[in-house]
Design a protein around this ligand. Structure first.
Ligand code: ZN
Ligand code: ZN
Length: 363
């Protein structure tokens, strides 16, 4: 049996406090990641209703009877075949019920409207849940650090074993790295592992294919471990065999940009300003058109979540937010470099949780 964990109640309290401001009586959560965030329930199908007075109802299907009792001891669960519809059917007359617009399908909304009592209004809401999830508590930061440690450990083991080398395919290296993350405790990779070698390293969204690594290649490895619901995300670029002048030049620029971005990631700093710190260094070196994406994103239960550091980003960083800093230079047909760390914003210097050497490394 589990025991009631006050952090879920604390999160629900924040949510119910937000409802009053939006004239909403109750909030219906159906997205599994958000149900988990506010209740602790980790099943793939469930719904949670949080009312303005902080009372709550939760429902799931019969596969999870035991699991929900153990994970959510403080809310009595209804076991039904249609969790969201069941909860909405029981809402008091005259109430306005918010739902997460970013995670509701047209089909899902139609099914809710069919059973919704007359006099109950369904209200699409954006931003409330995202805003609450922005600031991480100590438990979340600990889990995120553990996920990052698993990823760092796997990359270290891969290199120590001499398995990041010419003669292997990108696919073999990706599989090897994912295997090592599993052995280290990961439930799965946080996203499809990127191993982009030679000319492929100039493609920021490349995955991992059959190309065989060659002497003189740049190889970019972007990967993360999913651990107990949380994710990690980091990128390192290596030189295989030897570093060309081109590799050295763009590596140096990206490293300077990345370190400037990390240094700028402090409370009160505008998100656009963090992006600018990276982008200006790359532009000054003459590569502005080769930095084709934004600087970074938050990470938590989702790999990509608020805040977003980009040229037109709004808002500022606050203590206990997470942010990746991941500038890159991509020169078609020649190659590319990306360096990415995940940092936790603190009152002092940002804390890098993906700690792994960043200087140019020839393997
Ligand atoms: Zn990444
Ligand atoms: Zn990232």
């Amino acid at each position: 049996m589990g025991f009631a964990d006050s952090r879920f109640l604390t999160r629900r309290r924040k949510l119910s406090a937000e409802l009053a401001g939006q004239r909403i009586d109750s909030f219906l959560l159906t997205h599994p990641v958000n149900v988990r965030y506010f209740s602790g329930f980790s099943g793939s199908n469930g719904a949670l209703l949080v009312n303005k007075d902080l009372s709550a109802k939760i429902a799931t299907d019969g596969r999870y009877t035991m699991q929900i009792a153990a994970e959510v001891p403080d809310i009595e669960a209804e076991i039904v075949s249609t969790p969201a519809e069941t909860l909405i059917a029981g809402v008091a007359d005259g109430w306005r019920v918010g739902f997460d617009a970013a995670h509701m399908t047209v089909d899902g909304l139609n099914r809710l409207q069919k059973v919704c009592p007359e006099g109950v209004t369904l209200v699409p809401v954006t931003g409330i849940v995202e805003d609450i999830r922005l600031i991480k508590d100590g438990f979340e930061i600990r889990r995120l650090t553990e996920a990052a440690d698993i990823a760092v450990g796997a990359l270290t083991a891969l290199i120590d074993a001499g398995e990041l080398r010419a003669g292997r395919t990108e696919r073999e290296i990706a599989a090897d790295l994912e295997y090592r993350m599993r052995l280290g405790g990961a439930e799965r990779p946080s996203f499809d592992t990127i191993v982009a070698s030679g000319p492929n390293s100039a493609l920021p969204h490349y995955s991992a294919g059959d190309r065989v690594l060659e002497d003189g290649d740049l190889v970019t490895i972007d990967f993360g471990a999913h651990y107990r619901g949380f994710n990690s995300d980091m990128t390192r670029t290596f030189c295989i065999g030897h570093a060309t002048d081109f590799s050295r030049e763009i590596y140096g620029v990206v490293l300077d940009a990345q370190m400037a971005g990390v240094k700028a990631a402090t409370p009160g700093r505008g998100l656009a300003d963090v992006d600018k710190h990276c982008r200006d260094i790359i532009a000054d070196a003459g590569y502005s058109e080769h930095f084709v994406h934004s600087t970074g994103h938050g990470i938590g239960l989702d790999v990509h979540e608020a805040p977003y550091a980009r040229a037109k980003g709004v808002g500022t960083l606050e203590e206990n937010m997470t942010l990746t800093v991941e500038p890159g230079i991509y020169v078609p047909d020649k190659g590319g470099v990306r360096i990415e760390d995940t940092v936790v914003i603190t009152s002092g210097a940002p804390r890098i949780i993906t700690e792994f050497p960043k200087e140019l490394t020839v393997i």
